[in-house]
Design a protein around this ligand. Structure first.
Ligand code: NAG
Ligand code: NAG
Ligand code: NAG
Length: 377
């Protein structure tokens, strides 16, 4: 959830316009699988240490399939809920899902300064591809190691799932950056994705100093992030992003963010950071994991993490360099595509894959001369 959702009706026109734009953008993203084959051999593999055959951890026994909690269906309001809400309620208690693709053991074998944990849907191949080639490159920044992982579930329909699972297996083999679980990757299951990731982190990468947790359509200025994070202690609380407070559940069934009273009765959300992208320390990630293991899941993942922070007596904070709302995406507006502007930011939502490539290029031009020297971070 990225926008502060004040319940003002004047926004609905804006939201409708946004929805149309999103549809157009989504249709631009949809490209046939064949683009995989057209990938040029010139796209040299990155200089990462990820081995070609990932060393897998000892296999966990495959959990028994989680059965729906049908006692909920007896509630008088249940039948009237949209399908995804009913699905959420029926499977809310399910948290144990098999790992389909795990990160190679080498991912966290050496000291990781910043782990990029990027939420991605199975079919978002182009977005992952461009993130790998741009801001998500596994590299050293100021002598500190960046590592990358995409967090993915499975497609809803068996045929599509089989297809994208093959794609993800291929990507895992080639790049060693896929963490995939066998659950339906839907908007209302993003919280499940976060919870499974926090568990994975505790078990497999507990020593990563800092994390970026975000979407696959943001532009993250990873160089600036390292500069910012260097001054922080990974053993202290840190959770910064686009701070949202004073909002509560949307009760309009047509909204993507609709949360009925049956799911959450309270009218207020705790303060939280928009899920487009936020930074946190190892200390805070472990605190979140402890809270997540005891709290009931809420379908909006960033709000759920806000609940986890509150449970642990911690607060999220605002960072002016994180723009997941209220900033014009670069698109065709040349002025807002000015690399000098982005040079000062930590993270901007939302970019098309080709825009990421252009911005990355522009920011790394050795002759990039910018007049303005103010730093917002
Ligand atoms: C199933 O739902 C009922 C009614 O909400 C609840 O009391 C019970 O704890 C749930 N069971 C599980 C396994 O979550
Ligand atoms: C979440 O994933 C589980 C496992 O695939 C599925 O049973 C459930 O319907 C999903 N929930 C939503 C809201 O998509
Ligand atoms: C994490 O660091 C601690 C202390 O430096 C060390 O004892 C432990 O083995 C490390 N764990 C991993 C998984 O690297």
């Amino acid at each position: 959830m990225r926008r502060p959702r004040a319940l003002r009706s004047g926004w609905s026109l804006l939201l409708a316009l946004g929805a149309v734009t999103t549809l157009v953008l989504l249709s631009l993203h949809a490209r046939p699988m064949s683009s995989l084959q057209t990938r040029s051999p010139r796209d040299a593999p990155e200089t990462t240490q990820a081995p070609k055959t990932p060393a897998q951890p000892p296999a966990r026994p495959r959990p028994a399939p989680c059965l729906p909690n049908t006692s909920l269906a007896a509630h008088p309001d249940f039948a009237a809920q949209p399908t995804h809400v009913r699905d959420f309620l029926l499977y809310r208690h399910c948290r144990d899902f098999p790992t389909l693709q795990d990160a190679p053991a080498a991912k966290c074998a050496s000291r990781v300064f910043l782990l990029l944990a990027i939420k991605s849907s199975p079919a978002n191949y182009e977005r992952r591809d461009v993130v790998r080639r741009t801001w998500g490159q596994e590299r050293q920044v100021q002598g500190l190691a960046l590592r990358r992982l995409f967090l993915v579930g499975t497609a809803a329909h068996p045929h599509e799932a089989a297809k994208v699972n093959r794609l993800l297996a291929l990507e895992a083999r080639e790049h060693g950056d896929i963490l995939q679980w066998d659950f339906h990757d839907s908007f209302f299951n993003l919280t499940l994705k976060q919870v499974l990731f926090l568990e994975w982190l505790k078990a497999r990468c507990p020593n990563a100093s800092f994390l970026l947790n975000g979407d696959d359509d943001v532009f993250a200025h990873t160089d600036n992030m390292v500069t910012f994070l260097r001054d922080h202690n990974p053993e202290r609380h840190l959770f910064v992003g686009h701070l949202i407070q004073g909002v509560g559940p949307i009760r309009s069934p047509w909204s993507k963010y609709f949360v009925p009273r049956l799911v959450m009765a309270a009218e207020h959300y705790p303060p939280y950071c928009g899920g487009g992208g936020f930074l946190l320390s190892r200390f805070t990630a472990h605190a979140l994991q402890r809270a997540a293991s005891v709290l009931d899941l809420l379908p909006i993942d960033d709000v759920f993490l806000g609940q986890c922070l509150r449970h642990q007596g911690l607060r999220p904070a605002s960072h002016s360099g994180v723009r997941t709302a209220g900033l014009q995406a670069p698109s065709d507006r040349l002025s807002s595509f000015d690399p000098c502007y982005y040079r000062e930011l930590l993270l901007v939502h939302r970019f098309l894959p080709y825009e990421m490539l252009l911005m990355w290029e522009a920011l790394h031009k050795p002759d990039l001369a910018c007049g303005r020297q103010t730093r917002v971070y």
